[in-house]
Design a protein around this ligand. Structure first.
Ligand SMILES: O=C(O)COP(=O)(O)O
Ligand SMILES: [Mg+2]
Length: 216
């Protein structure tokens, strides 16, 4: 029997990208003479895609709906190049290598738009590890709709899969797709691990290959 596929969320799971996202947001705000976002605020806006990020930023800075489209376009324009402040979480590279070595097909299911998701993975030399990358704008629906995760399974040609993520949105997505959810606890979640109730939780990527092996 083929090894179970492992599908990963991206922001707050494989990479700590909030400092770069904050950088783009603050460029947009500075151009409008508005005060910058701090890191905690930025993190709290991440997880439901670029459009929701801009909505939350507008609400926090009293920016009218009429500015939404221009802000989102500028945000997306800058997104692909925003990689300099991002870091891969500790142990990710060796965990991905170990999972690949053990025969697990890997994919990405993120609400980040697909182009910046691919560009940041390429920047870190990780893009080739993944047989599929589905972003927040790849399909007409995004997480927590199960569609993007099910699309990863379709592209991997399997029905055996685990989803690894950092947030409530990811847990909801896995549940909607009826797949086990593994939680990385050092990402951008808003609530406690018990509320999220994952099949497994880990605080360092060195633990992941063992957890996946146990799950089959
Ligand atoms: O772009 C976002 O809001 C979140 O991205 P994620 O799904 O990789 O956490
Ligand atoms: Mg995430």
């Amino acid at each position: 029997m083929a090894s179970v596929a492992v599908v990963f969320d991206l922001d707050g799971t494989l990479i700590d990208s909030a400092p770069d996202i904050r950088g783009i947001a603050n460029t947009l705000l500075a151009a409008r003479d508005l005060p910058p976002l701090d890191l905690a605020e930025t993190v709290s806006f991440i997880g439901s895609g670029a459009g929701v990020f801009i909505e939350r930023m507008r609400a926090a800075r009293g920016i009218p709906d009429s500015a939404h489209r221009a802000l989102l376009e500028e945000f997306i324009d800058r997104y692909e190049g925003a990689v300099e402040l991002t870091q891969v979480y500790p142990g990710v590279r060796s965990a991905l290598a170990a999972l690949t070595g053990a025969g697990h097909p890997l994919a990405i299911c993120t609400n980040k738009p697909e182009a910046p998701a691919r560009s940041v993975l390429a920047h870190f030399g990780l893009l080739d590890r993944f047989a599929a990358v589905v972003g927040g704008d790849s399909l007409p629906v995004r997480k927590p709709d199960p569609g993007p995760l099910l699309e990863c399974l379709r592209r991997l040609d399997t029905d055996r899969c685990l989803y690894v993520g950092d947030s409530e949105v990811d847990a909801e997505t896995a549940q909607a797709a009826r797949l086990p959810f593994f939680l990385y606890t050092h990402g951008y979640r808003k609530t406690g691990v018990t509320e999220i109730a994952p099949a497994a939780a880990f605080d360092h990527f060195s633990a992941l290959p063992g957890l996946v092996a146990k799950a089959g």
